[in-house]
Design a binder for this molecule. Structure first.
Ligand SMILES: [Zn+2]
Length: 464
């Protein structure tokens, strides 16, 4: 009997960890960090309910921290097997895990300074020296070929169209004449999204594990280029500065690309663009090395120089260069991370820009509960930054069309060609989203759909 246990991304969007135990081998699909609400973040510190040393391999869908950010801790706890990922995911994982380690160290320093931790001294979940041993276990594995991570478990990657290197995973457990087929959706990308290809259709399966980040919402019919042009031009009319909170990996490159297209088509004036993230510039290099993975059809220009190095872009590498951007008064775009404003250089920009009604703060992407991004989205009048309450007088705008996640209709479009699986597990969504998608699949397609709870396990069997 094969067993699937949900150790994360159950009734929430972060901490993706699915344990698949076949009779002769065990893999963990994704090994993500819990983020957002404190009760979730504390879960990162719980002892694991299974022994990492007994897991044969980890198979990753993509490099976002909520899918890989627990790996260094997992290795510290005894995991020694291979970690399978696409070549681009392996490269992105290096910069994302190093950044995550620095954040963990920063948090520990903060708690020690404030003396608020129960533990003295507070320790980071992992630190920078923990990252290289994790990276050494990585096995770059291309899409469209079967690989055999453990026992009778075979996997094949397909493009999920969500981030450079992102995949959905087709699994077969071949311990019987008829294989048990399982499909893990990973994070499903959007159709006709700039920079990314459309997600591949889901392979036929007995069991489907499907994300539901936007299971209850669509992104609206507006095209991302129109939406971005409107927000930029409106921000210039207000007379201030436009500050975009962006993931450094993926989103920042997409924004630079789109702003380049808008400049090229004279849809926005020649304004300076500041990319304030050393990590974003490292990530950009990786994006340039994988030009063949991008869909660049929006632009007349092609190739290396254009993709992510649009004109007017100034890169702020050092902290001094970052602070110098504070002198800019108007008519500029600043892109800084993190995307949900939980840390990073965006914080000092928020402190500088939020109190001025001429400025525009742009949310680009999903804002998890418990983050400053969600607070701004919900219209809070003050936001806490570096221990002080900063008044929100700036205009808050959203570019919903730039999301990396399929909206509700796109998820349903993606699922459309699939024959009914024996059972579908809805994960990676807050409960209202997961419920909405589950209800639709039950009512319109008659599927057997379950929203698993944290640590819930299920026995899986091939169709007779
Ligand atoms: Zn993701």
């Amino acid at each position: 009997m094969t067993r699937l246990t949900f150790h994360g991304a159950a009734e929430t969007v972060t901490g993706s960890r699915y344990l698949l135990e076949a009779p002769d081998g065990t893999i963990l699909v994704d090994c993500g960090l819990f983020q957002g609400l404190k009760e979730l973040r504390l879960r990162n510190w719980n002892p694991l309910p299974f022994n990492p040393a007994k897991v044969d391999a980890v198979v990753l869908t993509h490099a976002h921290i909520d899918h890989i950010g627990y790996l260094p801790k997992f290795v510290k706890a005894g995991f020694r097997g291979p970690i399978y990922a696409t070549p681009a995911t392996v490269e992105l994982a290096e910069i994302l895990l190093m950044d995550s380690a620095r954040n963990q160290e920063g948090d520990a320093r903060y708690f020690n300074r404030k003396g608020t931790s129960k533990h003295a001294p507070a320790l980071p979940l992992y630190d920078e020296p923990d990252v290289p041993p994790t990276l050494r276990l990585m096995r770059p594995t291309g899409r469209g070929q079967w690989f055999n991570p453990a026992g009778s478990i075979w996997c094949q990657y397909h493009d999920a169209g969500h981030l450079l290197g992102s995949t959905l995973i087709q699994v077969e457990v071949r311990d019987k004449p008829k294989p048990l087929r399982i499909t893990f959706s990973g994070d499903v990308g959007r159709y006709a999204a700039p920079l990314y290809h459309d997600p591949n259709p889901p392979p036929a399966c007995d069991y489907l594990i499907c994300e539901s980040t936007y299971g209850d919402r669509d992104h609206g019919p507006e095209q991302v280029l129109d939406q971005l042009a409107d927000v930029v031009n409106e921000s210039i009319r207000r007379g201030g500065v436009m500050l975009i909170a962006s993931f450094a990996v993926g989103r920042a490159q997409q924004l630079i690309y789109l702003l380049g297209v808008l400049l090229e088509r004279n849809r926005i004036p020649e304004i300076p663009i500041y990319l304030d993230s050393p990590m974003a510039s490292s990530a950009t290099k990786i994006f340039l090395d994988h030009v063949d993975e991008h869909d660049l059809s929006e632009s007349r220009l092609t190739g290396r120089d254009h993709v992510l190095e649009a004109r007017n872009v100034t890169l702020a590498r050092s902290a001094e260069e970052s602070k110098r951007i504070n002198n800019v008064e108007s008519g500029a775009v600043i892109i800084a991370s993190s995307g949900m404003m939980t840390g990073g250089r965006i914080l000092h920009h928020l402190k500088r820009r939020l109190p001025d009604p001429r400025n525009t703060i742009v949310l680009g992407g999903y804002q998890a509960a418990g983050t400053r991004g969600r607070d701004l989205q919900e219209g809070r009048r003050t936001i806490r930054v570096y221990g002080s309450d900063v008044p929100v007088r700036a205009h808050v705008a959203e570019i919903s069309a730039i999301s990396g996640h399929a909206g509700r209709s796109e998820l349903l479009r993606w699922l459309q060609p699939l024959e009914p699986p024996r059972r579908t597990f809805i994960t990676h969504g807050e409960l209202p989203s997961a419920n909405a998608l589950a209800r639709t699949l039950r009512e319109t397609r008659g599927w057997d759909v379950v929203i698993p709870k944290m640590e819930q396990a299920f026995e899986l069997e091939a169709a007779p």
